[in-house]
Design a protein around this ligand. Structure first.
Ligand code: MN
Length: 314
């Protein structure tokens, strides 16, 4: 039986707990914060910050959270040394990078971009303001992205909520969706740049073994890739891909907000529950299929909240 232990911050543990809301057990083992029993995996979170995944699908479940785990020193070294780790001189290479946005947001699509940055464009891109998108506002993202898409070869894929929910209901994990979209975006850019690149770098969202398992039924798989967490900081191609994906996510969220006549919040917190409840009251539950990721715990919370609000209005 596989056992995987991740070190997480308490904020992240809360996220994990709400993700598995419907599997939480009543009794908790000594020293633990909660336990969730899925059909093929038991997840136990401890006060120490350790989260243990046990069972047949331990690897698959843990993979969703791995990118957010606190690197413990030994682990960090072993992941840095995995056979997909990028070379030290990567910043001087011409790379295709890929990244995704929207996977943790209840509202809005998942957007994935791959982009090519030639090593002789690095100065130009820096001048355009390309850097780790975490340090950029939505307005800056929008302005930079508009320049970027005129400047570099890229591929942008949008997985809209309706399709996302169909895939999810058919049993596909979010991890697999991401892997398929990254792979497709990379294939698109490879075709555009026609051999002018030195390598490919994916912002790591799953263990590389798991990533390739997700792609095992695909006809064409891009196999020679590097994986690294926080890859936006390693090469501008990933930073550029991230900016394009975020720009697309912002645009799609604005479109949805306009269509629905409500400003849709990002993330998956209380504000999101409130907005979803309001949408249910105004339009009925079915509206969420078009604008939200239904399998998130927010759906049930919003349904309950809408019920309570309706009752208090009576
Ligand atoms: Mn990422």
């Amino acid at each position: 039986m596989a056992t995987i232990v991740l070190n997480m911050l308490h904020q992240q543990i809360e996220l994990i707990k709400s993700h598995y809301t419907s599997y939480i057990t009543e009794k908790v083992p000594p020293g633990s914060l909660f336990q969730a029993k899925l059909p093929n995996c038991t997840i136990t979170a401890y006060r120490s910050g350790k989260v243990m995944f046990q069972g047949k699908s331990a690897e698959k479940e843990a993979a969703q959270w791995q990118a957010h785990a606190v690197p413990n020193e030994k682990k960090q070294r072993s992941t840095d040394q995995h056979q997909w780790a990028p070379p030290k001189e990567i910043e001087h290479l011409s790379m295709i990078g890929s990244d995704e946005v929207g996977t943790g947001d209840y509202f809005g699509p998942v957007t994935i971009a791959a982009a090519f940055v030639h090593n002789n464009q690095v100065d130009l891109l820096k001048e355009l303001g390309v850097k780790d998108s975490k340090y950029l506002s939505d307005l800056q993202i929008t302005n930079i992205a508009k320049d970027l898409i005129q400047t570099i070869p890229y591929s942008l894929l949008i997985l809209h909520n309706k399709k996302y929910n169909e895939l999810q209901r058919s049993g596909m994990s979010q991890g697999k969706m991401k892997a398929m979209l990254h792979n497709r975006a990379l294939l698109n850019v490879i075709e555009k740049v026609d051999g002018r690149y030195d390598g490919i770098l994916i912002d790591q969202f799953a263990n590389p073994d798991v990533y390739f398992r997700y792609l095992s039924s695909e006809k064409q798989v891009v196999k020679s890739v590097y994986f690294a967490t926080r890859a936006e900081g390693l090469h501008l191609s990933v930073a550029a891909a991230s900016i394009i994906a975020r720009y697309s996510f912002i645009t799609e969220m604005n479109k949805l907000s306009n269509q629905l006549g409500i400003s849709l919040p990002k993330g998956a917190g209380k504000q999101v529950d409130e907005a979803a409840a309001q949408l249910i009251i105004d339009n009925g539950e079915h509206v969420l299929t078009q604008c939200a990721k239904l399998h998130f715990a927010n759906t049930q919370k919003a349904i309950n909240l809408a019920k309570r609000k309706r009752q208090s209005l009576k």
